[in-house]
Write a new protein. Sequence first.
Length: 193
Amino acid sequence: MRFGIETARKDNEKVNVQVNEVTAYVMPRSYKKILTEEEGIERRREYSRRSYAKHKASHCRRSRAWESKNRERVNELQRLRRNRNRDARNEYMRNWRKSRKDADPDKVRTEYRNGHLKKHGLTPEDYDTQYALQEGKCQICGVFKSKLYVDHCHRSKKLRGLLCSVCNLGIGHFKDSPEILMKAAEYLWKWRR
């Protein structure tokens, strides 16, 4: 049993504490402070940020596992979020694109083109080579166009060639089906006079 006065530290200040029968503990000032609701929320956010940074790999692993098991739920939540914030998101993206386009329109055009070609596994050089081989003409209608679109099979993802926008959209509307295109051709020949 200890009695008397001991010196303790409280927020870097020496404080005399009366000790009777049990050892006294001095709480730091921050623990005694009653937090406002905003301060509490911010403190929890900061704790979450630190915890996430510390355990990021395991968190990502658990998230991916949950998403793969609950794909329908994830899609539904994403759809709801997009619909709930559609106007704000569209306005934000419109302003963002406009600011980028105003800053450097050529760079934006080049980035868009390169990104679009990359989706099909092409480099700008591959596209330019194919364009030169076709002499700038659509492979279906043979009309010269300054801009041709990459045509690809949606099932096998193989590239077929470069087409004008009308022919590319036409094939898409006929669902890339030769049978439907043949029926359409027969129909047109039947009614041609």
